[in-house]
Design a protein around this ligand. Structure first.
Ligand code: F6P
Length: 345
């Protein structure tokens, strides 16, 4: 078969591991031929491709980013965009397309499937918030990076008797904040799932000081909101082509508020894209490899319009449309874990 592949949306460690797995199994077991579209859906519209074979995909397993590069191109916003996609797919005589991406990228896959394109989806988001799958590759790497940063921040925060606010990624769900916060022993963990209760934050920090520990770490997800803020804290007002604002800055807003209310010297650091960079963890390489193999198998089973997912420890599939229908937020039991480690009101 002739198969196209692309990676769309924000990158995350593990994308190359998926590409490698698809290409290896496809060539070695099914005699497939591949082309890679560059920069997500943009590469399909512009017909910009690169060859994908055993040579071009050698040595990429441990590399972050994506050799296909990525973009947040919304085909729905491009006049004649879908017609152009169909034209380019026909031009390359493709039998199927494997699209790696989160809900935005997969919303285009759904539209193409409706137009009789044989699409298989691979879930990808560092935020780990795609419903239908228990895990997205890249998340474990992001959590590892954030936890290491929190570990490192402990010594300098203690040396200066400060509060250190650490802002991490997580637009609609606080998976990175909650997981790295618990793993890193943060004193306060704030996620988009609940509005920030600043009185409670102050209470927890005062309790910490009174216990004799005169420093504290606060982890906050970029999408967390103070009730008095009408929207999420964003950099400017520019929206990407899927209508999302660029989030950043809740950490600094919170740090100023904490210092004002407690008098404790407070600093903030935004880990930002550091969390998406560099080599994937072994867990993410493994998950990405399993997804890649499942995706190429689905193509050969003729199961199109499906997304490969992880259910417990097993790889499974669900319709792509179901996966993008809602956000997978942090489960209440994890917020209970956080509370169990904190002094009661
Ligand atoms: O959607 C994943 C994500 O990493 C969000 O957590 C973050 O808000 C956004 O992407 C950043 O996007 P960009 O790379 O376009 O700045």
């Amino acid at each position: 078969m002739r198969i196209g592949m692309l990676t769309g949306g924000g990158d995350c460690p593990g994308l190359n591991a998926v590409i490698r797995a698809v290409v290896r199994k496809g060539i070695l077991h099914y005699n497939d031929e591949f082309i890679g579209f560059l920069e997500g859906w943009r590469g399909v519209i512009d017909d910009r491709t690169m060859p994908l074979d055993l040579v071009t995909t050698t040595g990429i397993l441990q590399r972050g980013g994506t050799i296909l590069r990525s973009s947040r191109t919304n085909v729905k916003k491009i006049e004649g965009g879908f017609e152009r996609c169909l034209e380019v797919i026909a031009l390359h005589k493709l039998d199927a397309l494997i699209a790696m991406g989160g809900d935005d990228t997969q919303s285009i896959s759904v539209e193409l499937a409706k137009r009789n394109i044989n699409v298989v989806g691979v879930p990808k988001t560092i935020d780990n918030d795609l419903s239908g799958t228990d895990a997205c590759f890249g998340f474990d790497t992001a959590v590892t990076i954030a936890t290491e940063a929190i570990d490192r921040l402990h010594s300098t925060t203690e040396a200066h008797s400060r509060v250190q606010v650490v802002e991490v990624m997580g637009r609609d769900a606080g998976w990175i904040a909650v997981t790295s916060g618990i793993a890193g022993g943060a004193d306060v963990i704030l996620a988009p799932e609940n509005p920030i209760d600043i009185d409670d934050v102050v209470r927890l920090l005062r309790a910490r000081w009174e216990s004799g520990k005169r420093f504290a770490i606060v982890v906050v997800a970029e999408g967390a909101k103070l009730p008095e803020h009408t929207g999420q804290t964003s950099v400017g007002t520019k929206l990407d082509s899927f209508g999302h604002v660029r989030l950043s800055g809740i950490g600094q807003v919170l740090a100023e508020e904490i210092e004002k209310r407690t008098g404790y010297e407070t600093r903030s650091v935004n880990l930002g894209h550091t969390q998406r960079g560099g080599t994937p963890t072994a867990y993410d390489r493994m998950l990405a490899t399993r997804y890649g193999i499942a995706a190429i198998d689905l193509v050969h089973q003729g199961k199109f319009g499906q997304l490969v997912v992880l259910k417990g420890t097993q790889i499974s599939t669900i319709p792509i449309a179901d996966a993008i229908a809602k956000t997978r937020t942090v489960t209440p039991d994890l917020f209970e874990v956080i509370k169990s480690l904190q002094p009661q009101p």
